[in-house]
Design a protein around this ligand. Sequence first.
Ligand code: NAP
Length: 287
Amino acid sequence: MIYPHFIAMNIGIVGLGLIGGSIALDLRSRGFDVFGVSSRQQTCDRAQESGVVSEASIHLSLMARADLVFICTPLGAIESIARELVPYLSPDTILTDVGSVKTPIVQAVSSLWPNFVGGHPMAGTAQNGIEAAVRDLFVGRPYVVTPTPQTPLHSVEKVEEIARLLGAKVYRCGAQEHDRAVAWISHLPLMTSATLVAACAVEGDRDIVNLAQHLASSGFRDTSRVGGGNPELGVMVAKYNREELLRSLSIYRDSLDEFINDIASENWQALEHKLKHTQKARNNYNL
Ligand code: NAP
């Protein structure tokens, strides 16, 4: 389907991986001209051959004809890419990113390009790279935009409109609020899930480990899933959202201690009270 008021819009994607490739696939299928830049030539070839983008290059100069550029690289590269990109952009070009942490990115990139709108599509899989790109990844998922008071409103609205075209549910909030909220529902779960798998590995009896590995079913699959994802992404969110992650981990540790105390002291009433509370509280989340 073609969207008339966007028809002349050229979309640039820097970083042709899971998120960048998936955005590209969806926007192309909606009639946009989408071209991409990635660090490796083989990724560019693959993206072009498989129709993810109409044209791809390892050179950022390709972005000179984009009206809107999504930076979809790992977090650690976003600021430097923006710095290298700026000389190629025309004054009206909207720059946005998809990084999982917003405060340091929004601060750094807004000062390089005032027409920058921080963004975060809250969707992913355990895979990464161009091969992992899929259609409709964002359908029904939250897409957060984190403008500053200085961000041009028409640019914010344009990014929100594109996010809606991807099928996402748009939320607007400050970068710091975003980082504190995602520490709870994304970065803390990643670490607790990873530490769960790490703790299981500490079991010293090989026969028990072997048996547990065979008996693992839906409960273990659900609770270990996010801990088994892309390690680079896990390190990046810890590095970039360190304070908020440490805050949530520390509160989590207190909560874990309370559960340990209830079980150690055989306080089944207190444990049941907590579990009734968590059973109810879980319903408040958008799952
Ligand atoms: P990914 O699959 O690894 O994709 C990133 C791609 O960026 C890589 O495939 C790499 O392509 C390219 N790249 C790396 N450095 C580059 C550079 N300097 N210049 C140009 N291209 C470069 O990772 P992803 O999961 O899509 O994550 C990308 C961003 O989305 C991150 O900022 C992350 O925080 C955010 N995010 C991730 C998720 C998730 O669940 N995965 C969800 C929401 C947001 P080459 O093959 O060319 O090296």
